[in-house]
Structure formats: structure tokens, C-alpha cells
Design a protein around this ligand. Structure first.
Ligand SMILES: C[S@@+](CC[C@H](N)C(=O)[O-])C[C@H]1O[C@@H](n2cnc3c(N)ncnc32)[C@H](O)[C@@H]1O
Length: 199
């Protein structure tokens, strides 16, 4: 077995043993260990949350005093400690619904969106970046000043433009690939810390 396959299996096994719905949960865990995106008591918005691995991890990281909202167009089985909204991220009024649930702005917005993959990389890349612009729009309405964000990015010709667009809205920015992410996949994570947008 190749090292990459062994590593993928290891995260899948861990997810099964520890009750996480996806191995993706470990990407958020690892990113959080390095960058502290979510802390205890944080209000977290998880965009593109199905089947709920990141949502479960966000609930754990935010703890009892935190609140977590997960949004996806797909059905997501209830996640204890989180509020799930079955909606499109581009839907008008979503930001207001989220703020009204939280009762204030969010401390972190985490985005792990993927379009339905067509197999044509340039099409999938363009669609994925377009979803990230939709996320950034909600983020602008929902995130409190000094809040944090993460965006999964299918890396390609439009990534740098999106990177520059989000980077200038934060005081710190990192582009990274967690170990739990497959080596051969072209996904990256943009970690954005300290939102400097309007409150
Ligand atoms: C890779 S999965 C997310 C995995 C999740 N972070 C986890 O840990 O379980 C990407 C998700 O993005 C969702 N998605 C794609 N486009 C969307 C949209 N316009 N609105 C809401 N969700 C969307 C998909 O339905 C899919 O469930």
C-alpha cells in the first residue's frame, strides 16, 4: 500500500473509531492546532457542512459556551450541539438568519465547499472558486471584527485572485495543506485570521 493510501485509511479509521462523520474533521482539527481558528466560546458558521465532520469538530472546539451553525443544500443528520440549516449559501437572507440564531456576529466562518465534480478540472476549479466568493459575501455580513475564517480552495488559475481578495480583509493570512488532505488532491486551505472588516 502506498504511504498516501495508508494515511487516508488511517484518518478514515480514526473518524470511524472516534465517531466523526468524515475524515475531513481531522483537517479542521489540524488547521486549528496550528492556527487557533476556533477557540472555546466561539460562534462558528460552517458553510458546506454535509455530512457534518467539520460541524462535529467545531462543536467540540467551541465547547459548551460556543454556538455552531452548519449550512448545506444536502440533508445533514442532526449534529448534537449544532444548528443545521438546509439552504444554499447564495440564498438571499441567509446571513440575517444566521445572525438572528446567534444573537450576534460570528467569531469564525469555516468553508469546505465543493461543487458537484464534473471531472473537468478547469470547470470544477472555476465553480469552486465561485462558491468561495459566495462564502466571502456571507462572511462579510456575519463575521465580527477580529474573527477568523478558513476557505478550502481547489487550486488553479483563479486561486491567486481569490487569495488577494480575502487576504486584504484580514491581518494575517496563511495558505496551507493539512496532512489529512490527500497529497495528490489540488486542494489548499486559506487560513485568514483577524478580520478587519466593518463590525
Ligand atoms: C467536501 S463536502 C463538506 C464536508 C464537510 N466539511 C465535513 O467535514 O463533513 C462539500 C459540501 O459543499 C456543499 N455545497 C456545495 N455547493 C453548495 C451550496 N451552493 N450551498 C450549500 N452547500 C453547498 C455540498 O453539498 C457538500 O456537502
Amino acid at each position: 500500500m502506498k504511504l498516501q493510501d495508508a494515511r487516508r485509511d488511517q484518518y478514515r479509521r480514526l473518524a470511524h473509531e472516534q465517531g466523526y462523520r468524515s475524515r475531513a474533521a481531522y483537517k479542521l482539527k489540524e488547521l486549528n492546532k496550528s492556527y487557533r481558528i476556533i477557540g472555546p466560546g466561539f460562534y462558528v458558521l460552517d458553510l458546506g457542512c454535509a455530512p457534518g465532520g467539520w460541524t462535529q469538530m467545531a462543536v467540540r472546539l467551541a465547547g459548551n459556551r460556543g454556538k455552531v451553525v452548519g449550512v448545506d443544500t444536502s440533508y445533514v443528520e442532526e449534529v448534537p450541539g449544532a444548528h443545521i440549516m438546509r439552504r444554499d449559501i447564495a440564498e438571499e437572507g441567509l446571513a440575517d438568519m444566521v445572525i438572528s440564531y446567534f444573537g450576534r456576529k460570528a467569531n469564525a466562518v469555516v468553508c469546505d465547499l465543493s461543487p458537484k465534480v464534473s471531472g473537468n478540472w478547469s470547470v470544477d476549479h472555476a465553480r469552486q472558486i465561485s462558491l468561495n466568493y459566495d462564502c466571502a459575501k456571507i462572511m462579510g455580513a456575519v463575521l465580527a471584527r477580529r474573527g477568523n475564517a478558513v476557505f478550502k480552495v481547489f487550486d488553479g488559475q483563479y486561486s491567486a485572485e481569490f487569495r488577494d481578495y480575502v487576504r486584504e480583509q484580514f491581518s494575517k493570512f496563511h495558505s496551507t495543506k493539512p496532512k489529512a488532505s490527500r497529497k495528490q488532491s489540488s486542494e489548499l486551505y486559506y487560513v485568514c485570521l483577524g478580520y478587519v472588516g466593518p463590525d
